[in-house]
Design a protein around this ligand. Structure first.
Ligand code: SF4
Length: 290
């Protein structure tokens, strides 16, 4: 996701570990058992989060979930390990029996449809447990793999959101190297929408000096408006932890942006200006995260 903070679940037990070569990086995949999977969330409008994996192959440069690494024993950098919570569906089934009804987000600190889901189907099995359970499910992903589960999603009370930070595929490759391409993502949005499932977009983080101009924002809404009920927008957080990763991408791709981003960290009116710009351009209802 995009990913907003939530309370991390209790510790996990590692059952099996192996390595997968993904392009030039080695991806460490570990099969683990969790004690809890439905976790209370502090995200506005969300009661619980389900994170079927710890770690994320999408490896977004701006990821806010990198702090999750501290709940693992991994030495690998964020984006190069995934813990697969093999028993998540059965734990979810048990938790659903006792927990108060509410809105469940898939996911808050990982992407439930990252590539490893194609093999393990942990998310699919968790969604299956939610049939007839009277919870509202909100999926947020950067992956076209979600279309595989349209059959189950149609049986749930749910919505599916897709994250977009840019419409430029070259930029997407720099900032979200492991995610679905924009063409695949837009096609998936179209398919989910045409299946009659409520859809939304998360436009964020909006990339400063890349996707925050009036023209870029207008183009984004023009592309999305046909398929989404609403758009959640968020600006880029340049906290110390994410700033190091973002600066690393910029230094090899577009170093001229580094001083501009550095100056933005101290700028106080950026949020106000950006909100105003979006409000003037938006063609569907907008929810702001900032
Ligand atoms: S998709 Fe994965 S890497 Fe990207 S922001 Fe979300 S959790 Fe982080």
């Amino acid at each position: 996701m995009s990913h907003l903070w939530t309370i991390p679940g209790p510790g996990v037990h590692v059952k099996k570990t192996f390595k997968l070569k993904v392009l030039f990086n080695v991806m460490k995949i570990s099969e683990v058992a969790c004690k809890s999977i439905l976790v209370k969330s502090r995200i506005y409008g969300v009661d619980y989060a389900v994170n079927p994996y710890t770690g994320c192959q999408h490896n977004c440069a701006y990821c806010y979930a990198t702090f999750m690494k501290r709940y693992t024993s991994h030495k690998e950098p964020w984006g190069q390990f995934v813990d697969v919570k093999l028993n998540a569906p059965s734990i979810l089934k048990t938790q659903l029996k006792t927990i108060k009804k509410g809105r469940i987000l898939f996911s808050s600190v990982t992407d439930a449809y990252q590539p490893v889901e194609a093999q393990y189907e942990i998310t699919r099995k968790c969604l299956t447990q939610l049939k007839n359970a009277s919870f509202y499910v909100s999926v947020l992903t950067k992956s076209a793999l979600v279309t595989r589960d349209i059959d189950i999603l149609k049986e749930l009370s749910c919505e599916v959101g897709f994250t977009f930070t840019t419409l430029d595929e070259a930029v997407r490759g720099q900032f979200e190297s492991g995610s679905s391409s924009l063409r695949e993502r837009l096609q998936a949005l179209k398919e989910v929408s045409q299946a009659g499932i409520r859809t939304y977009a998360f436009f964020g983080p909006i990339l400063p000096f890349i996707s925050d101009s009036s023209q870029a924002i207008s183009e984004m809404f023009t592309v999305l408006e046909e398929y989404v009920s609403y758009v959640i927008v968020d600006r880029m957080n340049l906290y110390n932890t994410s700033w190091e990763r973002i600066r690393s991408v910029l230094s090899s791709w577009n170093p001229e942006l580094i001083p501009k981003y550095a100056a933005l960290r101290a700028k106080t009116d950026y949020d106000f200006v950006l909100r105003k710009r979006i409000a003037e351009i938006a063609t569907v209802p907008v929810e702001y995260c900032f």
